[in-house]
Design a protein around this ligand. Sequence first.
Ligand SMILES: [Zn+2]
Length: 522
Amino acid sequence: MYIMHYPIIPRPNKLIERKGFFILNEETCVKTSQECTKFVSYLKELVETPTGFTIDINSRDKVENTIEFLLNKNLALEKEGYHLNITEDKIVIKARESVGLFYGMQTLRQLLPPEIESNSPIEDIEWKIPCVSIEDYPRFKWRGHMLDVCRHFFGVDVVKKTLNLMALQKLNVFHWHLTEDQGWRIEIKKYPKLTDIGSKRADTQLKHSRSRKFRGKPHGGFYTQEEIREIVEYAKKRFITVVPEIEIPGHSQAAIAAYPELTCFGDNFEVASTFGVKKIIYCPGKDEVFKFWKDVLTEVMNLFPSEVIHIGGDEVPKDRWQECPDCQKLIKEKNLKNEEDLQVYVTNTMASFLAENGRRLMGWNEILDEGLEPNAICHYWAHSEKEVLKHIKMGRDMVNSKNKFTYLNYGYKGMPLEKVYSFDPVLEGLEGEELKHVLGLETPLWTEWIPDQKTLEFQAFPRIMALAEISWTSKENRDYTSFFQRLQAFEKRLDYLKVNYANEEERNPSLIARIRKLIRGK
Ligand SMILES: [Zn+2]
């Protein structure tokens, strides 16, 4: 009965099956206190269009056929947890905080027929909700998804759809990768050339980073500060924190194309049209460069309330720093060992600047080194797991985006759904108190070879749902067969949401599946 009746993703941590159904109809009304009224508008937004009903609030002293939202600070529940109790007479969602009510509502949403996701009225359907008792809470507090809008630009609508689909899966961190060699995507008032020049490139490489094939047309785009505020607000309504990423000191060729004085020899470059790691990076030997970073981050902090600010820090070839008199002078002055140490100096300087403003630095694991500010969060993606482990054991927080399991841009052949589902963000060798430094996981979606929304969704779905379940559901409640079956039931919902997901054969391209395809002659 579980699978048929309760195709919930991520799987709730405690679920007791009950007999019978609650029927949502014209008479159903919502009961709630003043502090929960925003949930009523969420519910109205969700159900009124497809059902054609008007949901009344507290209209009568009704006991039966009601949906009730209850906030209770004294509930013995985790911060994001909720209780959802559905009987034939009424539905009650209880939580300690608003975010819990929101997640309870997402679960209720998934128990309604998939037609509830339709954006036009559906007729001849009974809006049956199976009775159940759920007590649920997340395993990790950081349940993230990263979108690279630099290699290919995606507009406000795509970002909003991403946020909607994240909320459905109880994901709560949207990591927005905003600056790159191939494009600067965020308006900075103090440096208008970043978008005037840095947001456009002449062409785009196709196939792979050594290829000589190009699309043959320019590509560009950026978000105005007004659009960014709108997105941040939209995310907040869905209990999603937007963490911006401004790459320092590498992946910076687009900024340098706009302001050549930011690189070591002040030489001119174009916004990159090819992919792969670039050697044209910022020069930390110049005071103006630190001023530039601080100015940019000041505007960024004004736009993003997130405590955590991501500064990238990955893939920083130091060839130019070795030759640059300004960089060498700074290394001497600060008594640094070498160019690697210079990157630590850069990261620590930015970490203190962010800390002075009440924020916290996060960077990819290349920032790790002796002497790195202990409060900086490590975003693990590749290379030495041993070093990451060492830092966690010393007390450093970590978010896991191990590329071989979480990089949604990788092909399904090397990273099928089943492999993704086997991932665990807790590194082997951690125990006791150390475990709390694993904040959670994130699913990066890099877009070098993803030119459109259709491909973007195909890469993400359904693997992002497997990762959402890993980040929410406790390890002992995880089960691939159950996930697989719930996903089959979920597909109709994705169809209504117009998500271009990979189908059953595409998501686990096994040998047998490929043979079957051959036989069918497709
Ligand atoms: Zn330099």
